[in-house]
Design a protein around this ligand. Sequence first.
Ligand code: BES
Ligand code: ZN
Ligand code: ZN
Length: 497
Amino acid sequence: MVSVNVVSGRLEGIKEQCIVLAFFEDRLKLEGELAGFDSSIGNAIASAIKNKDFKAEESEVKLLYAGKNAGCIALLGLGKEEKFTLNKLAEVVSGASKKLRASGIKGFAVYLSSFKNKNYGQKEYLEKITLSIVLGLYRFLKFKTEDLDKIKSLGNASIIVNKIDLAQSAKIVSEASIFAEAVEKTRDLVSTPPNIAVPSYVADYAKEIAKKNSIKCTILDEKQMGKLGMGCLLAVGMGSENKPRMVILEYNGNGNEKPIVLVGKGVTFDTGGVNVKPPAYMTTMKDDKASACGVIHVMEACVKLKLNLNVIGVLALAENMISGNSYRPDDVLKSYSGITVEIINTDAEGRLVLADALSYSLRYKPKAIIDIATLTGASIIALGYFASPVLGNNQELIEKIKSASEKSLEKIWHFPLWEEYEENIKSDIADVRHAHDGIDAGVMVGAIFLKHFIDETPWAHLDIGNTAWAKQDRGWIVKGPTGFSVLLLLNLLRDWE
Ligand code: BES
Ligand code: ZN
Ligand code: ZN
């Protein structure tokens, strides 16, 4: 991980190999300290502006080498000031960080004042710049063995702030670094291929993290789950040699207060089961464990942030495979809650592992339950790849999640839970069926099924099926696992009231 720190001092005295200065297109002039700095490097910046070598158009990056002693200067374009947003900031800073790394630069210092405008405060800038550098430069090289010497890497980045802001800024950046690390480690674990990251591997990984952070960790294996009667989770895992697990992580940051429970879907690979997925839909299905991976690192971050809350993470881990032992359409399962479930499609396995995990989590008498799951592909039609649906039974909790989403820049959209669609999961043989055979209202039908397995406890369901995996780079998201929901959950917990 690239580490980000804060420094203060005159630009002339900055030791990093490269100084990063940002400009708005419609405010392209050298003011205050910048003017003095430019004259110390032979007016290289003024010349670039005058010659129209640099226009500060959005995402423009211009590298200047201003003589032997001065090192390199990177000029970043922020575009028109009135159109500037934090998403654009992420795009510009992540993009520039990648370009600087590719050009062989080992470290850079970002001059914070040059980014500022009236719409955003110091905290937002520091947090978003830190996330943009660390997460934008993220990559997963663990399984590369060739040409490693040709891979360029960047070691360190600093943000230059005013001296009076130094201590406060350092605190903000160190908190943002904890957030960034949680996302990075989530991406690493999601990237870990499904032949390695089987349910027991993810459970042991969680245990290891728990041990290092003094979090209580309980692992239920298939025998213990059998005794408890977790017929839904067990059925999903039945077709695999890699047996299912349930992991419970308990962070105690506030005595006997009621906990917030985070339930994460952890399907380490989703073939679809007997209702096998077509090839194009099966690749990347190692990301079906993304939510559980996220919950592990949110729990770890709770410790690092020393949050005054009690938080419990429940991971529902299973592999959805095809074999002589697989569960099938038409099966009837008995869930941990006692409700019987008719199976319609073995590819709708997520709601089954969650059903048992949700009912189990009620034993902790939580003040809120939030489940996160790559539950459906259905929201792609309505929301695309940038925003995920959230559903639930409690408006106050939804509002909290919405405000966390705004802060984290992880977009969500509140979907209803209309009881008309309850009809879809009525079963002739069992208490409920777990899906219907259409594709209409797919997100809602999934959530309506889950609702049967909780009580009146405030509950929200975040379906990240469309956002957990990115097809291309965008802002601090890089192609591959995104870590979506980790930043949202961390904002939610940090600001919980
Ligand atoms: N893991 C998938 C959902 C998914 C699809 C995640 C695409 C990421 C990208 C889930 O288990 C699934 O297969 N859902 C089905 C449900 C259907 C059979 C009712 C779906 O969305 O098609
Ligand atoms: Zn599935
Ligand atoms: Zn799935």
